[in-house]
Write a protein that binds this ligand. Structure first.
Ligand code: DNO
Ligand code: MN
Length: 357
């Protein structure tokens, strides 16, 4: 397991590289050009700039998250071909700074969706929260108004994107889930050969939450869906980002079992917990198994017993010790999460070594 930490870039992240350097066992940054909109080409100059920053602290840039997919590609519009060409060009650029894995998602219109970015928990910490009934009753515009606080919002819901959201929502009225699967196949057909040639694994992130929101189709939601996804291509570049928290929000998803089944196609592990309530709400709890609904101990065991050599990150964390940060992306709880993951991993490793001795 190769530990990484998501970093939004200088002037764009409350966490510094010097701080990340002090978290035990972190070897690389999970990075992106967050000012680039989906469909735009990432330039050599920009990726080199990130490389110069990472080099100062000796971090690698093996994992990119995300190069976002333009909506026209997901919708299968004639304009998609140009955006796909741009995507290929961005892949070639990130390869120049050593990218080995590109995490992406194919969620229509919205990336991860929550109803509260700073929901207070019993211990006074705050965390990302999803209230099912609220999403069912609200339209996206009401939700965005309620969740945008202190300048932060959910990815994909940025004010500059809002203008296009209305048109996108309208466009999906006549697009079925099967259509989106077909468009996903078309996209993969085009980009996988380029990724393969560049030595990059394309690692799709599951849909979050793993069910439809605002009547929009959601596809990568279950073991069955992952099976279908993987059957779309035999390319070694055709891989997964396995997010325990995204899949784990549906209690029918047995996350450790999914890891055991597909471990050789997992290029990138997002490891975090969620606590699910009977009414379908969920909150992003601490990484510890006892605090949530996902067996994080067994998740790590599943990776360990299969000799997982891919990349991992703690994904989101709670906001603790009054830290002011981007929702889910503070320093403290993600650092605690990493230590918890290492604790489990190292313990399984010790047991294994004892057994082998
Ligand atoms: C949620 C996060 C996501 C992820 C993107 C990847 O679990 O990991 O925001 O970064 O969906 O494209
Ligand atoms: Mn994730």
């Amino acid at each position: 397991m190769r530990m990484t930490f998501r970093w939004y870039g200088e002037d764009n992240d409350s966490v510094s590289l010097e701080q990340i350097k002090q978290i035990p066992g972190v070897e690389g940054l999970v990075w992106g050009l967050h000012h680039r909109l989906a469909g735009e080409v990432w330039t050599e100059e920009e990726v080199m700039e990130v490389k110069a920053q990472a080099d100062k602290q000796g971090f690698h840039l093996d994992v990119v998250e995300s190069i976002n997919v333009h909506e026209d590609i997901k919708l299968g519009l004639p304009t998609r071909d140009q955006y796909i060409e741009n995507y290929k060009e961005s892949l070639r650029q990130v390869a120049k700074v050593g990218a080995k894995v590109v995490c992406f998602n194919f969620m229509p219109v919205f990336d991860w969706t929550r109803t509260d970015l700073y929901k207070e928990m019993e211990d006074g910490s705050t965390a990302l929260f999803y209230e099912k009934a609220k999403v069912e009753q609200m339209d996206p515009y009401e939700l965005i108004e309620q969740t945008t606080t202190s300048g932060y919002t959910m990815p994909g819901w940025e004010p500059e994107r809002l203008k296009t959201i209305e048109a996108s929502l309208k466009a999906y009225e006549t697009v079925t889930e099967e259509d989106v699967w077909e468009n996903l196949g078309y996209f993969l057909n085009e980009v996988l050969p380029v990724a393969e040639a560049e030595g990059i694994k394309m690692a799709i992130h599951p849909d979050d939450p793993p069910w439809p929101v605002f009547n929009l189709p959601r596809m990568i939601t279950s073991e069955k869906a992952i099976e279908r996804y993987l059957s779309l291509s035999d390319s070694p570049a055709h891989c997964l980002t396995l997010c325990s928290g995204s899949l784990g929000a549906n209690p029918n998803n047995d996350v450790p079992a999914i890891i055991r089944r597909f471990h050789d196609r997992i290029a990138f592990a997002h490891i975090r917990n969620v606590k699910i309530y009977d009414n379908g709400d969920f909150i992003e709890s601490s990484h510890r198994t006892q605090d949530g609904s996902v067996r994080i101990d067994d998740v790590v065991k599943a990776y360990h017993e299969n000799g997982f050599t891919g990349y991992a990150r703690p994904d989101h964390g709670r906001h603790i010790w009054n830290e002011e940060c981007r929702p889910g992306y503070g320093l403290y709880d993600r650092a605690l999460g990493i230590m918890h993951l290492w604790g489990l991993w190292d313990a399984y490793e010790l047991v294994k070594q004892k057994e082998e001795a």
